[in-house]
Ligand binder design. Structure first.
Ligand code: HEM
Length: 460
């Protein structure tokens, strides 16, 4: 069986192209066929696929030697640790996945709709009116607040104030190339030994200091809640402390810490970016924005709102790919892929297959409402798939429904600049290059639908 064809450029040029223009880079790979190979420096060859059927084959690797954790460990390990859903594989991963499932289930997160709406409303009320601003930054503030309050369950105002500063710093420094690209041995030495800890100018030292400050707060929260548990607290941290695995064992504090940072890293900027793209598309597609406003004002906008969110995540998916390192060889689209290589569904390519999504560049939520909705849903992969399907998808969708509704009932938005925003690569995500620059004005007399309606059905 032949190896898949691919780009012939040397790996350093491939990575330079990927960073400069991710969409053109993958479009160039796609010209070799729906299964193609890319080579990035210091990484095993990666076999990329571009259709829903092939993506299904790739995601089937999860049950057959495909390791998502092994791919992520190198760049996420220093931040999320070793006991994280993102970086674990096999049995230890499965144990964590079962313990994190219930607090993130649709029905469990639905009860947070009112809280999310309050957080969003308080933020929107502070937005500048009549002048351009970056909407993505505001969305990051809102989704960070959601993580701190409903995932970490922090109530103390002083702690919230400190974490509002520390958490974005932690994520930025933990993703800094000067920390991520170091080999594990020297990195561990720089992060933990007393000598380099005196050199405050080093990015590793700055990262280690912020990490220690955040960890101190989280471990203290855990100790308080263990001392004085609140059976009615619905936050994820409280539920994780109470959870027991099949052997009746709880997660250790270290494991809980790693999972809290995991939920922050996986859930904060991704959701903010998804919201930023939703508004970036809405303000440039007045027909859709008008219909959404009208349906929300009429009180039964849930179906159209969901279609808008799905279409936004289709046409501008936040996460680029679903890579798996292969412990066993596998066959994809008639090509043999050896053990040690990676396979990945490239989400924007799957989402722009004209067989499933005619005129794929058009922002048309009706695709998810009409007779072809079932076909569209099968090829819709913004949260990945297989066993490693996004653990926070229900929380992300709940936030998107509630926040879009709250924003539209409070302000009118228009683009600061008519040209659509390009996608820029930020780590493994695609973000709007200008951070969704918009101008807000107070909303007219129309108001949105009840937030409780939006939240109550999140478990569906
Ligand atoms: C719109 C926002 C989001 C998008 C687009 C997104 C997308 C994804 C994708 C594509 C994956 C990889 C799936 C795969 O490889 O097959 C993933 C994994 C994950 N996501 Fe999300 N995500 C979002 C929000 C969230 C939120 C809010 C949380 C939690 C608070 C979260 C937690 C996770 C975790 C823990 C994983 C790792 C799952 C595992 O490997 O078992 N995500 N997400």
């Amino acid at each position: 069986m032949p190896a898949p064809p691919g780009l012939r450029l040397p790996p350093p040029l491939q990575v330079a192209w990927l960073v400069a223009d991710p969409m053109r880079f993958f479009a160039a790979g796609r010209r070799h066929g729906p299964v193609f190979q890319i080579r990035l420096p210091g990484m095993p060859p990666e076999v990329c696929v571009a259709t829903a059927d092939l993506a299904e084959q790739v995601l089937a690797a999860d049950g057959a030697g495909g390791r998502a954790g092994a791919v992520r460990r190198g760049f996420l390990g220093p931040l999320v640790g070793e006991a994280s859903l993102l970086t674990l594989d096999e049995d230890p991963w499965w144990r964590h996945r079962r313990l994190l499932g219930p607090p993130l289930h649709g029905r469990a997160v639905a009860r947070w709709a009112e809280r999310v709406a309050e957080i969003a409303a308080a933020d929107v009320d502070r937005w500048p009116l009549g002048e351009p601003f970056a909407l993505r930054t505001r969305m990051e503030r809102i989704t960070l607040e959601v993580i701190m309050r409903v995932v970490f369950g922090i109530r103390d105002a002083g702690r919230l104030r400190r974490l509002r500063v520390l958490l974005p710093r932690l994520v930025a420094l933990g993703g800094n190339a000067a920390v991520v690209r170091l080999p594990p041995g020297p990195r561990e030495w720089l992060l933990t030994s007393p000598l380099p800890q005196r050199a405050g100018f080093l990015p590793t030292t700055r990262f280690a200091r912020v990490r220690a400050q955040v960890d101190a707060i989280l471990y203290d929260e855990m100790a308080r809640r263990r001392r004085d548990p609140d059976p009615d607290a619905g936050d994820v941290l409280s539920q994780l402390l109470a959870a027991r695995d099949e052997a009746g064992e709880p997660l250790t504090d270290r494991e809980v810490r790693d999972e809290l940072i995991t939920l922050l890293v996986a859930g904060h900027e991704t959701t903010a970016t998804a919201l930023a793209w939703t508004f970036e598309r809405l303000v440039r597609t007045p027909r859709v924005l008008e219909r959404l406003r009208d349906e929300l004002a009429a009180g039964d906008g849930r179906a159209y709102l969901d279609a808008v969110i799905k279409e936004s995540l289709r046409v501008r998916p936040v996460v680029l790919a679903t890579p798996r390192a292969l412990a066993e060889p596998m066959t994809v689209g008639g090509h043999q892929v050896p053990a040690g290589w990676c396979v990945a569904a490239i989400i924007p390519l799957v989402h722009s297959d004209p067989e499933v999504f005619p005129e794929p560049g058009e922002f048309r939520p009706e695709r998810f409402l009409g007779p072809d909705a079932a076909k569209a849903n099968r090829a819709w992969l913004p949260f990945g798939g297989g066993r490693r399907y996004c653990a926070g998808a229900q929380l992300a969708l709940l936030q998107m429904r509630v926040i879009v509704t709250e924003v539209l009932r409070r302000v009118e938005l228009r683009p600061a600049d008519p040209a659509p925003e390009r996608a820029r690569l930020k780590s493994v995500t695609l973000v709007p290059a200008r951070s969704t620059r918009v101008v807000a004005t107070p909303a007219g007399s129309r108001s949105g639908s009840a937030v409780t309606e939006v939240g109550e059905e999140a478990g569906e």
